[in-house]
Design a protein around this ligand. Structure first.
Ligand SMILES: C[S@@+](CC[C@H](N)C(=O)[O-])C[C@H]1O[C@@H](n2cnc3c(N)ncnc32)[C@H](O)[C@@H]1O
Length: 191
């Protein structure tokens, strides 16, 4: 892992460039074998929605997300890795996705307004996150009170991921399917 100390003094941890490039190759092979974008079709994303792809990596999901939200919507693609942001920018420019906004995260808060997102998804990335409470609190700040969060356990035991989500005290799990948790804000979900 590589550490970057930002101007605000916050330390951001991310993969060395070579590891990120290798990961991108693996993800592109995965996408060639079985495109992942269709997974988003079950997240209730509609035209005009604001969605956040947290831990977007090289951007495997942005094409489908961009199509689903349409011209009136917006897709924030957030990552801590500068190479991820470069890749998303390149993809968005090549395909003319004017509704995709790449956001480099250098700690929290990220540059997205509070309570602005209808749907947040964080896929194959939760195992990377060190400050899980900070992360889950930030997702809670960004999501609309009645919005939906989809978070995959990633490469960690399901029980551990579930505990982290519940211990953060922001979320209730409304549905669990394989390694995917659908969550709602605690205030809203238990109302
Ligand atoms: C395995 S990739 C998954 C990419 C994409 N979600 C997918 O499933 O194709 C994990 C990504 O999460 C990013 N990441 C790790 N910790 C993060 C954090 N705290 N905030 C935002 N992105 C993070 C990494 O830089 C990496 O690009």
């Amino acid at each position: 892992m590589q550490l970057l100390r930002t101007l605000s003094g916050y330390e951001v941890e991310y993969l060395p460039n070579i590891a990120f490039r290798l990961m991108s190759v693996v993800l592109s092979m995965r996408d060639a074998l079985a495109p992942v974008g269709k997974r988003l079709d079950r997240f209730g994303i509609r035209k005009g929605c604001v969605v956040v792809d947290f831990g977007c990596g090289p951007g495997s999901y942005i094409e489908r997300a961009s199509q689903l939200v349409g011209d009136a919507g917006k897709v924030y693609a957030v990552d801590v890795h500068p190479l991820a942001i470069m890749s998303v920018k390149r993809r968005a420019e090549q395909k003319n996705f004017s509704n995709v906004v790449p956001v480099l995260s250098a700690g929290y808060p990220v540059n997205i307004a509070s309570q602005s997102a209808d749907v947040i998804y964080a896929l194959d990335m939760f195992h990377h996150v060190k400050d899980t409470d900070g992360f889950l609190t930030e997702l809670h700040r960004v999501l609309k009170p009645n919005g939906a969060l989809f978070i995959e356990s990633g490469h960690q035991p399901l029980d551990g991921a579930r505990k982290k989500i519940l211990n953060s005290d922001c979320w209730v799990i409304v549905k669990e399917e394989k390694n995917l948790f659908e969550c709602a804000s605690k205030e809203h979900g238990s109302a």
